[in-house]
Design a binder for this molecule. Structure first.
Ligand code: NAP
Length: 244
């Protein structure tokens, strides 16, 4: 039986590209989504039509019971969980003085509590198996901070802290925990940026372009492969050189 990977927010953007890359590399991929059911099911169908194993599954990563249900389902049906990619995330743009408590909580519930809940449930199988790979998707803003994105930047810094602490905790169980910190990547998350802001981001990126979801997916595919078996607690910056 093939190894099993759970990808949160696999329905679109970077998550969908991660599902593509991991399916190509032989994993059975669980495409988690919250509302984009049609996109997740279309991706499942597309992967299956090419002979890959994939299944779309609806789970809001903020919901403790739903996350428990997801991992019970996967462990029951597939008997193992080899890889968890915590990719589901939301962003928020605005002055800190305008951020409401609800907006702050929304960001942290999805980006940080979601990753915590997913790790906690996945580890039940991984620790028993004495193997596993967790990759958390942070952001370059979690490393250096972005003006008008204090809530988002803080949440992505927390994801790096979670990664490093957990890497120490579960290393003795044969589990690696790493981060990928993308730069500016062309997805729905960038939809609200003006053309001017987009051009500015490209100008500030030494490699002279925005990232693609596939750029980020390849870093994830490396971290879950045998080639990365001695790497843990690390943050890989896939950002075209924008933050060095
Ligand atoms: P995106 O296109 O907006 O996609 C976000 C994904 O997260 C969707 O699949 C969405 O699923 C899912 N999601 C959101 N809330 C969820 C929840 N509560 N439960 C389950 N799934 C949820 O974003 P993206 O650009 O691909 O970003 C993916 C990750 O990369 C995020 O963590 C983001 O912070 C990070 N990142 C992105 C960039 C960038 O420039 N794009 C840069 C740095 C880091 P549904 O549609 O089903 O809700």
């Amino acid at each position: 039986m093939s190894k099993v990977a759970v990808v949160s927010g696999g329905s679109r953007g970077i998550g969908a590209a991660v599902c593509e890359a991991l399916a190509r590399d032989g994993f059975t991929v669980i495409i988690d989504y919250r509302v984009s059911r049609e996109k997740a099911e279309a991706l499942e169908k597309s992967l299956k039509s090419r002979g890959f194993n994939a299944e779309a599954y609806c789970c809001d990563v903020r919901d403790e019971e739903a996350v428990k249900g997801l991992f019970e389902y996967v462990a029951g049906k597939y008997g193992r969980i080899d890889v968890l990619v915590n990719n589901a995330g939301i962003s928020h743009y605005g002055l800190l003085t305008d951020v409401s408590c609800t907006e702050w909580d929304d960001i942290f519930d999805t980006n940080v509590k979601g990753a915590f809940l997913m790790c906690r449930e996945a580890l039940k199988s991984m620790i028993w198996q004495k193997s596993g790979r967790i990759v958390n998707i942070s952001s370059m803003w979690g490393i250096c901070g972005a003006s008008c994105e204090a809530a988002y930047s803080s949440s992505k810094s927390a994801v790096i802290g979670l990664t490093k602490a957990l890497a120490k905790e579960v290393g003795p169980s044969g589990i690696t925990v790493n981060c990928v910190a993308p730069g500016a990547v062309q997805t729905d998350m960038m939809r609200e940026l003006s053309d001017g802001t987009r051009e500015m981001l490209i100008e500030e990126t030494p490699l002279g372009r925005l990232g693609t979801p596939a750029d980020i997916a390849e870093a994830v595919a490396f971290l879950v492969s045998d080639r990365a078996s001695f790497i843990t607690g690390e943050v890989i910056s896939s950002n075209g050189g924008m933050v060095i």
